[in-house]
Design a protein around this ligand. Structure first.
Ligand code: 9MR
Length: 575
C-alpha cells in the first residue's frame, strides 16, 4: 500500500515538474540550467570556461565581498543538434585568484557559486578510486574506511557452480569452484571478465602514466600505508579474482560469474542466490591474456611485495593465449536461463591485437608480433568491446624500443591523429566535448576521450591536449546539457539516485560516493516505465532516478577513466 502511495506521489511530482518546465517559456527552465559550470571547481592557473543559456548576453562575477571582479559578453550562441539547444561560452581564465565567487546574470534571477582553487580535483580523484573499494565483494566495508557506508561482506564466491554452458569432462556441470574477491561490476552484483579487462588495465595505465602522483595518493583503504600505491592494491583486489576465472585444465576463461537473474535492490550480504561461472569464450580469454600480461610487467617491479605473482600472471596469460589460438572465434552466447549482463562481442580483432601487443611487450616473441601486425587497426576511443587503443597505448609507451616493422604500421601517427581529431571537435563543440554520439555510459566516453588526450600529451608534450581533457572533466562535473555534476557526492546539483544496489538499499540518503553516473543517452527510453518522460535529445536524455539503469547506473569501466582523468589533471595542473 505504502509503495502504491509512493508511486502515485512520484507520478504526480513528475507531471508537475513537466508542467512547470513547460510553462516557463524560456530555453533554460530553472536557475541551475541557465549557468552551466564545473561545480567542483576551477584550477587557479588553468583555462576556465562556463556556459550560459542563449538568452543571456552579459555575465558578471563578484567576489565574496560583492566586488565585481569580472564581466564579459558571452561568445556567440552555438546550437548543438545532440542537445537541441544553444549555449554561449564564457571564458573567465583571466580570473586567477583562489576564492568562492558568485556568477550573476543581470536581468535574470539565477546565480551560481563557483570556486577557484589550486587543487580542486584532488577529492574527486581520490573518491573515484575509493569507489572501487566500496564495490569490493567478499569483505566487509569497515566503518574506519567506509564511514556511514560501512556494510557487511557480500558474495564470498567460494562456492560457485560450473554452469552447463561451461561444463566439460574436467569440470562437469555443477562442479563447485572457488572464485573469490574482485569488484561488483556496476549497480548489479555480478563479475564479468570482459569488463574487468578494460577497467583493470585503465587503472594500471593511470599508475604507469602518473607514477609519482599515484604513489603518493592515499585513499584510505585497508592496504593504505603498505608501501604499495593504493591504486595498485585496489587493482590487485580485482586481478586476483580475474586469475581464478581461468580453467586450469585448458587455459580457457569463463565469461562471467553471475546469478541467473539480476538480484533485487538488497544489500550485498542479503543477495544470496546461487552463482555460476558461465561459458568460456574468445573475448574473455583474450581480455584475460592481455590484462595478465600487462600485470606481469607492472608487478615485476613489486616482486618483494608479491613474490611470484608477476611470473604467475605471465604464465597464465600465455596459457590463455594458447586456448584462444585453438578457439579463435568463439562468441559469448547468453544461455537461455541466464539473464544478467551480456558483454557479448562478435568481433575479436581488437582483442587479438591487444593481447598480442601485451604478450609481445612482455616476451618479445615473434608469434605475438606477427599477430599484432596482422590485426593492427587505427585506434578508436576505448570501450569494453573496442580495445585497440589499449594495445596501442602499451606499445606507444615503449615506442623508442619498438622494431621498425611495428612503427611502420603508423601507430603513433594514427593515435595522435585520433587525439587531434578529438581535440579539434571539443574546441568547436558548444559544450566543449568531443562526443559525436551518446552511447550507454556516455560519460565514460567523455572520460576515455580525456584519457586519450592526456596520453597524447605524454607522447608529445602538447598542452592543448591537456586543456581539452580539462574541458572533458568540466563537462562531467556539471558543464553539460542537464547541469548535473555526474560524480556522486560532489556538486551543487548532485546525482542522488544512482542505479546501484547498495546505494538503493542501505537506507542512507546520500549515494555511495565517487561513482560516475553513466549519463545521458537514448538507448532505452522506457527503463522507468511509460510515466517518466525523457528528452528525445540524446544529450538531455537523463533522469536522476534509480530505475534508469540505462542513464543513471554506475560501472567499474566508467569509473576507471575518471580515475585516470581526474588524477591525471590533478597531477599535471595542480600546484
Ligand atoms: O556498458 C554496457 C553497455 O555498453 C551495453 O549497451 C549495456 C546493455 O547490454 O550493458 C552495459 O553494461 C552493463 C552490464 O551488461 C551489466 N552490468 C551493468 C553494466 C552497465 O549498465
Amino acid at each position: 500500500m505504502l509503495k502504491l502511495i509512493k508511486q502515485i506521489l512520484f507520478v504526480v511530482l513528475i507531471v508537475l515538474s513537466i508542467y512547470a518546465c513547460g510553462t516557463s517559456g524560456t530555453s533554460a527552465p530553472d536557475g541551475q540550467d541557465r549557468i552551466l559550470y564545473n561545480q567542483v571547481g576551477y584550477i587557479t592557473n588553468a583555462p576556465k570556461m562556463m556556459l550560459v543559456a542563449e538568452d543571456v548576453d552579459i555575465v558578471v562575477i563578484e567576489d565574496a565581498e560583492g566586488n565585481e571582479v569580472f564581466s564579459a559578453e558571452p561568445q556567440q550562441a552555438l546550437h548543438w543538434d545532440l542537445s537541441g539547444d544553444a549555449v554561449r561560452k564564457v571564458n573567465f581564465s583571466a580570473l586567477v585568484k583562489p576564492g568562492v565567487y558568485k556568477v550573476i546574470l543581470p536581468g535574470h534571477n539565477e546565480t551560481a557559486a563557483i570556486e577557484i582553487s589550486d587543487r580542486p580535483f584532488r577529492m574527486v580523484s581520490k573518491a573515484a578510486l575509493k569507489a572501487f573499494y566500496f564495490n569490493r565483494t567478499a569483505m566487509p566495508i569497515e566503518p574506519e574506511f567506509g564511514g556511514v557506508w560501512a556494510r557487511p561482506a557480500g558474495h564470498p564466491d567460494t562456492v560457485v557452480y560450473v554452469h552447463a554452458s561451461a561444463a566439460d569432462t574436467n569440470r562437469p556441470e555443477g562442479t563447485i569452484i572457488s572464485s573469490p574477491l574482485g569488484w561488483y561490476d556496476a549497480g548489479d552484483y555480478n563479475k564479468y571478465v570482459v569488463n574487468s579487462g578494460i577497467t583493470t588495465y585503465t587503472l594500471l595505465r593511470a599508475l604507469k602514466d602518473f607514477p609519482v602522483y599515484h604513489s603518493n595518493l592515499n585513499v584510505d583503504i585497508p592496504e593504505s600505508g603498505s608501501g604499495v600505491p593504493d591504486i595498485l592494491s585496489e587493482t590487485l583486489y580485482n586481478l586476483k579474482w580475474v586469475l581464478t576465472m581461468q580453467d586450469p585444465h585448458d587455459g580457457g576463461v569463463y565469461h562471467k560469474l553471475t546469478t541467473k537473474q539480476f538480484e533485487g535492490f538488497v544489500m550485498p550480504h542479503e543477495a544470496t542466490n546461487k552463482r555460476y561461472v558461465v561459458a568460456k569464450g574468445t573475448s574473455a580469454t583474450l581480455n584475460y591474456a592481455a590484462l595478465a600480461s600487462k600485470a606481469y610487467r607492472v608487478l615485476s617491479a613489486y616482486e618483494n611485495d608479491f613474490p611470484g605473482l608477476a611470473d604467475k600472471c605471465l604464465q597464465h596469460a600465455k596459457y590463455a593465449w594458447q586456448w584462444a589460438v585453438l578457439n579463435p572465434d568463439l562468441p559469448y552466447i547468453q544461455p537461455e536461463d541466464i539473464h544478467t549482463g551480456g558483454y557479448g562481442d562478435r568481433n575479436f580483432d581488437d582483442e587479438w591485437f591487444w593481447a598480442a601487443a601485451e604478450l609481445y611487450l612482455s616476451t618479445g616473441d615473434a608469434e605475438y608480433k606477427a599477430v599484432l601486425l596482422e590485426k593492427y587497426s587505427k585506434p578508436v576511443v576505448p570501450t569494453w568491446n573496442q580495445v585497440y587503443a589499449l594495445g596501442a597505448m602499451s606499445l606507444l609507451n615503449q615506442y623508442s624500443s619498438l622494431p621498425d616493422e611495428i612503427r611502420a604500421t603508423g601507430l603513433r601517427e594514427d593515435f595522435l591523429a585520433l587525439v587531434d581529431d578529438l581535440t579539434h571537435t571539443s574546441k568547436t563543440a558548444p559544450y566543449g566535448v568531443s562526443l559525436s554520439h551518446f552511447a550507454w555510459g556516455s560519460n565514460s566516453d567523455v572520460a576515455n576521450q580525456g584519457m586519450l588526450k592526456l596520453f597524447g600529451h605524454k607522447l608529445t608534450g602538447n598542452v592543448e591536449y591537456v586543456h581539452s581533457a580539462l574541458s572533458d572533466l568540466d563537462y562531467i562535473l556539471g558543464r553539460n546539457a542537464v547541469g548535473y555534476c555526474f560524480v556522486t557526492g560532489f556538486g551543487d546539483k548532485k546525482v542522488m539516485n544512482i542505479h546501484h544496489r547498495p546505494s538503493g538499499a542501505d537506507g542512507i540518503e546520500e549515494p555511495v560516493p565517487g561513482f560516475l553516473s553513466g549519463g545521458p543517452n537514448i538507448s532505452v527510453l522506457t527503463d522507468c516505465g511509460p510515466d517518466v518522460e525523457r528528452s528525445p535529445f540524446p544529450a538531455k536524455s537523463f533522469v536522476d532516478l534509480e530505475c534508469s539503469y540505462s542513464t543513471n547506473e554506475i560501472a567499474i569501466n566508467w569509473n576507471a577513466p575518471l580515475v585516470y582523468l581526474a588524477g591525471g589533471l590533478d597531477a599535471l595542473l595542480s600546484r
